[in-house]
Ligand binder design. Structure first.
Ligand SMILES: Nc1ncnc2c1ncn2[C@@H]1O[C@H](COP(=O)(O)OP(=O)(O)O)[C@@H](O)[C@H]1O
Ligand SMILES: [Mg+2]
Length: 318
């Protein structure tokens, strides 16, 4: 009997296109001998046909190719919990916390994990009230939507006027504003995989964006973006791996995920935890898995086996 794998795809977040690319990769790399693949597309707001399709299909397990919005913030995970459908990846709480960068940073700081200094401005608050704190951070600054992804809406600003414009753009997209000190260092990323023997890490990757930073274009399209197995000294790679596992644990993540970091002057700063990292042909996780000798098909096999054996994250812990 084949295992019925539901693949959630599309969605209505700004990362819809990326999701379609990730989901295509998932579907192409699942072994058709082992799995019956059931694509389930979320394609428009208010149109809940996909929920009916999910219930009727009653998959043995769900893999999510969704990114951002309800796919990544715990909402879809909550639905799957209610329907008692096992799924790979983080549960409700890990997803919700990790999606909220400001909230994650509070927890990371409390766990003594270095993060960029910053200022958090809620969408309805006045930026001018924060001016003094912003000036104390010093330009250039990175401005990002608190619950964004794929670098959508992220910008580097050099003065107060640029900051105001960037903040207004984020407000228009109905998000809160995270302002961070610009960390001038080596960007790295580290995948984390939950296994029977505890947490394992995938190969640490060094990212060299041809653009100003690792923006949307650099992530998915620009062939000049370099992603390579890390050439940082061994002790730093060890530190990165330890920190990645600690982040995954303290943010209550499950299954798999990817931690983005910047290394500056031998200090590792965490930018964010991704609970549904990109799985496109251009993405980091497939490459990082390859780095430990796991092709993408084997990586997906592992996610499915693990979730089927261990239940999904929230049933495991609660
Ligand atoms: N504090 C920072 N200093 C320098 N670069 C940053 C900083 N924060 C974000 N970036 C750049 O912006 C990119 C996207 O930011 P990130 O926090 O990972 O959000 P997203 O969820 O959009 O991926 C990063 O990959 C990095 O290139
Ligand atoms: Mg990121």
């Amino acid at each position: 009997m084949k295992i019925k794998v539901g693949v959630l795809m599309g969605g209505i977040s700004p990362e819809r296109e990326v999701s379609l690319m990730s989901s295509r990769q998932i579907i192409e790399n699942l072994d058709p001998e082992k799995y019956e693949i059931i694509p389930i597309e979320i394609n428009s707001p208010g149109f809940k046909e996909w929920v009916k399709r999910l219930i009727e299909a009653s998959p043995d397990i769900v893999l999510s190719g969704l990114h951002g919005g309800i796919g990544e913030n715990g909402a879809v995970q909550g639905l799957l919990e209610c329907l008692e459908i096992p799924y790979a990846g983080s549960g409700v709480m890990g997803s919700a916390i990790s999606m909220d960068k400001a909230m994650s940073k509070l927890i990371l700081r409390a766990a003594h994990i270095p993060v960029a200094d910053g200022v958090f401005v809620r969408r309805f608050e006045n930026l001018s009230e924060y001016e003094e704190r912003v000036l104390r951070l010093g330009f250039p600054l990175v401005v990002k939507p608190n619950k964004g992804g794929s670098s959508v809406g992220v910008s580097i600003v050099k003065n107060m006027e640029e900051l105001r414009q960037a903040a207004d753009g984020i407000r228009l997209s109905d998000d809160d504003i995270l302002i961070e000190k610009y960390l001038d260092g080596q960007e790295v990323t580290c995948g984390v995989l939950e296994t029977e023997h505890g947490l394992e890490v995938l190969a640490v990757l060094d990212i060299g964006a041809a653009n100003d930073f690792y923006d949307y274009d650099a992530k998915y399209f620009n062939e000049m973006t370099s992603v390579a197995f890390s050439r940082l000294p061994h002790f730093l790679r060890m530190m990165i791996e330890q920190i990645a596992k600690k982040v995954f644990t303290v943010l209550e993540c499950g299954g798999y995920g990817r931690v983005d970091m910047i290394v500056k002057e031998e200090q590792v700063y965490v930018l964010e935890m991704n609970t549904l990292p990109g799985l496109t042909a251009h993405s980091l996780i497939p490459k990082a898995a390859q780095g430990i000798g796991m092709d993408f098909g084997a990586f997906l096999d592992h996610l499915i086996d693990y979730a089927l054996k261990n239940g999904h994250a929230d049933l495991r812990t609660g």
